[in-house]
Design a binder for this molecule. Structure first.
Ligand code: NAD
Ligand code: UD1
Length: 343
């Protein structure tokens, strides 16, 4: 058995997939989640997939006393910190809730980690910290800026981590900047389960394909891109999960602290909205009716990663194709039309 890892937000979309990857890589895991955007059913399914019960603690990262108890009863090598709120529109309406959860919650977690001398952190950052990129592909030294409270909360946490690394050179702090995570576990048992109508493209397409939503609105067909629609770097969630295992393996290999080390997790390839719609329709055999609509406020034309740093340092690269992303999203959606809700 390898090191023990605390996984905050481990009941969520990316967290559940990462728990499976960590277990397969031999890590012992403890999941800490307040279930504000997830369910016990997700944890049950992960337990079934790995063939043993997962150690799950229901708790909030803003609750220092509860976190302290967790650290008192476990000896962790490090923390993978997924816990956070992630809806851009909601963050504009409720900025205090987002800063409180994502920023204050992370500060509380870091304070407890410092107290228990656990100095290895892998943090869920986002390509959103690059704002409207000046050049493509986007590498880790690109300028950062954000236009909404969600993005600002991620950028603020990155600044806090940078300051922390300067103040004390024994920290190892890796913000992984995710591009656009999509897809689901190949078993069809776990996947993305958005509340209400999805904001993001892949879950929206899946729900049109399964007949829950009538039509996709494509936000803008006049961008300077291959076909006028937005271009993104879609990455399969199981590849993303492996990126976290690679980050931990990297930290285990180090003889000196790494400080603040941001790393992109993307494929390095851009795919347009229309290309994704076409691929999904082909894979599912379902028509995806769509109409062009106005551009969505805050959207950018194109965004894709330079994936070189992850390849060179972490010895990790994404393997799965757009077709596999669509196949797995479709399997999850068609097997679980209501997500984790059993009706
Ligand atoms: P998710 O909502 O499915 O998972 C987040 C989990 O954190 C949920 O299970 C939720 O219940 C839990 N949580 C939230 N606040 C908490 C708190 N205060 N205490 C304890 N648990 C709490 O989201 P996800 O898609 O799995 O994203 C995971 C992380 O990655 C988030 O921080 C998100 O901002 C970031 N991220 C996601 C994407 C994406 O497209 N999904 C892209 C970039 C970055
Ligand atoms: C969005 C967030 C980003 C967040 C990421 C993952 C915004 C402005 N950005 O990124 O901060 O990190 O999700 O949660 O919200 N599209 C449609 N129709 C739809 C939905 C999307 O055409 O119904 C288009 C968008 O205009 C965009 C592309 O699909 O061109 C991808 O959109 P989405 O999946 O929401 O991701 P991002 O906008 O890249």
């Amino acid at each position: 058995m390898k090191n023990k890892i605390l996984v905050t937000g481990g009941a969520g979309y990316i967290g559940t997939h990462t728990c499976i990857a960590l277990h397969e890589a031999g890590y012992e895991i403890v999941v800490y989640d307040n279930l504000s955007n997830s369910s016990r059913e997700a944890i049950n399914r992960v337990s079934t997939l790995i063939g043993q019960p997962i150690e799950f603690i229901e708790g909030d990262i803003r609750d220092a006393e509860s976190l302290k108890q967790v650290f008192l009863s476990h000896h962790f090598f490090g923390v993978i910190h997924f816990a956070g709120l992630k809806a851009v529109g909601e963050s504009v309406a409720k900025p205090l809730m987002y800063y409180n959860n994502n920023v204050s919650g992370t500060i509380t977690l870091l304070e407890i980690m410092a107290k228990f001398n656990v100095k290895n952190l892998v943090f869920s950052s986002s390509a959103t910290v690059y704002g409207d990129p000046e050049s493509l592909p986007i590498d880790e030294n690109s300028p950062r800026s954000c236009t909404n409270p969600y993005g600002q909360s991620k950028l603020t946490v990155e600044h806090i981590l940078e300051d922390l690394a300067v103040s004390d050179d024994s920290w190892n702090l890796i913000p992984l900047r995710y591009f656009n995570p999509v897809g689901a576990h190949p078993s069809g048992q776990i996947g993305e389960d958005p509340n209400d109508i999805p904001n993001n493209l892949m879950p929206y397409i899946s729900q049109v394909a399964v007949g829950k939503l009538a039509k996709l609105n494509i936000f803008g067909n006049d961008y300077q891109t291959i076909d006028g629609t937005g271009v993104r770097d879609f990455i399969h969630v199981t590849d993303l999960a492996q990126g976290h295992v690679a980050a931990l393996n990297y930290l285990e290999r180090q003889v000196a602290p790494v400080g603040f080390l941001p790393i992109n997790l993307g494929t390095g390839k851009g795919t347009s909205v229309l290309e994704l719609v076409t691929a999904f329709s082909k894979v599912s055999g379902q028509p995806i009716p769509y109409q062009f609509a106005d551009r969505r406020a805050g959207d950018i034309a194109s965004c894709y990663a330079s994936a070189d740093k992850a390849k060179n340092l972490l010895e990790w690269q994404a393997k799965l194709s757009i077709t596999e992303m669509c196949q797995d999203s479709w399997r999850w959606q068609s097997m679980n039309p209501n997500g984790y809700t059993v009706t």
